[in-house]
Design a protein around this ligand. Sequence first.
Ligand SMILES: *Cc1c(COP(=O)(O)O)cnc(C)c1O
Length: 386
Amino acid sequence: MNLLPIPQCNPGLSYLEHAAEIDATISAVLHGGHYILGDQVASFELEFARYCEVRSGLGVGNGTDALEIALRAVGVAAGSVVITVSHTAVATVAAIRRCGANPLFVDVNFSDGLLDPDQLDQVLEQAERGLLGFDHAQIKAIVPVHLYGRCADMPRILASANRNGIAVVEDCAQAHGARISDRRAGSWGVAGAFSFYPTKNLGAFGDAGAIVTSDAGVSERCRLLRQYGWKHRYVSDVEGGNSRLDELQAAILRVKLSHLDDDNGRRAAIARRYRAAIADTGLEGPEPDELHEDVFHQFVVRSGKRDQFQSWLAGRGIGTLIHYPVPVHLQPAYLGRVHVAPAGLAVTERLAAAILSLPMFPQLTEAQVDRVCAELEQWHENAEYP
Ligand SMILES: *Cc1c(COP(=O)(O)O)cnc(C)c1O
């Protein structure tokens, strides 16, 4: 029996699995002599847009930039307010702040960690009635985060946003290929922002990101913002910056995109095994839902004894992580500097203390999954462990 530790994730194995294909494309790009915004980027943009079932894609430097550029393109600026969740990667909030805007946090569902649409409606109504200390008109965007590979409740969120005349920009960094009501992550809002950080479902071997949209105006504004505001080379129409995707990462992403559905299928198969293994343990995990097609960026369980459970698993060689241990509104950089919905963030705070991400990557072997499942079955939430 192989008792080597099982890591929580391992992006290097994704390279090894496709090494021949990836080495060949890297070599071709290097010999081609064109390294920034060339054919590879243009082709990847088309292929990724088609994958997301939208009209256009735009490669950028990373996922945080993708969010910032998309938010700026829909009119988020200094003094704006952007509604989002505190139970997310800090990148979501960093992007909002980089626009000069402030987040307004609403609470999430305990069952899946995603934006609670009732809380959204409540805070929009409070904004309308002038109860929040800023104007309803300052709210320029809503950023639902499709955390762990499951889409937030986009039909309801979009309906609320439309009623209020507010743009929706989806944070799709953990949801490449996920669907709700048969529509892909990134195709619901006016724009979707993706990260291709190496551990994501679609990962580069460096930093990379993309914006997808079916809105021609938003697409064009994002294109200008990506490169110095240039409509024509060397002449800035608007003030922009530099957030370009390079040819090497785009070429690698084209190879990886051709394997994404297969990789997501392997993640889903591992998730089914985990779900069965925790059934009698008292641990809670993601429940299947017929509206959702999840891509299991993470498989997150909830335990009333999370810290004990984590060290118990570590003692058995099972690697885990916490996504995320401190809600953004409680982090030193943001404490007291962000808006929190009057109803508070009790669920967010309770969730942060209960969650644990099990090993999850497509290359987990059958034997490794067996071992994780066998250990999970040993745990009983109400038992006492030394
Ligand atoms: C990874 C991630 C981002 C940011 O992506 P980077 O490419 O690291 O900038 C944004 N939001 C969420 C939810 C993420 O998981």
